[in-house]
Design a binder for this molecule. Structure first.
Ligand code: 13P
Length: 252
């Protein structure tokens, strides 16, 4: 049986609507009847409904980059889980490092968002990763342990059966610095082991762990050939149909 790979394209705060539509069409054309890796795009909120329609009946799923912890109410600018599910969104990013660093999402908020997504049937990608300073002071594993423990604690393996994890070292995001395949594999193997200690080894062996941080067509195959790297979460290179489609096709 071929290996399961999951490739996400995080568009972040980029693209106008016409550009997003062109990217969507370009991806559809390039992926055609491609039957390899699972692919998910994460456009900005205003484009979600358009993209759900554009990728209707295709192998590309559409996810949101964030959601609010509350279901509804007086939370000006918030976007609730039901708003997302009611327009056909199926996936969501939780705890991206930019949400943590720029918008102040604490471990507690990240845990609440994960619970809200799970309770409402959205497929979450929990993002974890250490900063450059944390890596240099040998805190990588303690940071990842804290992030994983606070988000996953209290959930059963059944409740988390659709979970995707993304290891994104903050120092590699948008910097052109990529963790080497061996560096990333070392952390991924540790993450799988730690998740196993929380949720059991059978859960840990099947949960997809994506790598993120300056993934490009040129380095994707090397990363994805590692035994514990089950996909990629791609920023910059997901904004162009040729490069994102190449990365998806290199996962096999
Ligand atoms: P880049 O691929 O632009 O480094 O971004 C990675 C990322 O943050 C994906 O979520």
């Amino acid at each position: 049986m071929s290996r399961r790979y999951v490739i996400g394209g995080n568009w972040k705060m980029n693209l106008t609507l016409p550009e997003a539509q062109e990217l969507g069409s370009g991806l559809r054309n390039r992926l055609g009847s491609h039957r390899g890796a699972e692919a998910i795009v994460y456009p900005s909120f205003p484009y979600l409904q358009t993209m759900v329609k554009r990728f209707d009946d295709s192998r590309v799923a559409v996810g949101a980059q964030d959601l609010h912890t509350e279901q509804s109410g007086a939370y000006t600018s918030g976007v609730s889980v039901q708003m997302l599910t009611s327009i056909g969104v199926t996936h969501v990013l939780i705890g991206h490092s930019e949400r943590r660093a720029v918008f102040g999402d604490s471990d507690e908020i990240v845990a609440q968002k994960l619970s809200v997504a799970l309770a409402n049937g959205l497929i979450p990608t929990l993002c974890i990763g250490e900063t450059r300073e944390e890596r240099h002071s040998n805190e990588t594993f303690s940071v990842l342990e804290r992030q994983l423990n606070s988000a996953l604690r209290g959930h059963t393996p059944q409740a988390l059966s659709k979970l995707i994890l993304a290891y994104e070292p903050v120092w590699a995001i948008g910097t052109g610095l990529t963790a080497s395949p061996a560096q990333a594999q070392e952390v991924h193997a540790w993450v799988r082991g730690y998740v196993g200690s929380l949720l059991g080894s059978s859960f840990a062996s099947q949960v997809p762990i994506q790598y993120g941080g300056s993934v490009k067509p040129a380095n994707a195959a090397g990363l994805l050939s590692q035994p514990d790297i089950d996909g990629a979460l791609v920023g910059g290179a997901s904004l162009k149909a040729p490069s994102f489609a190449d990365i998806i096709k290199s996962a096999h």
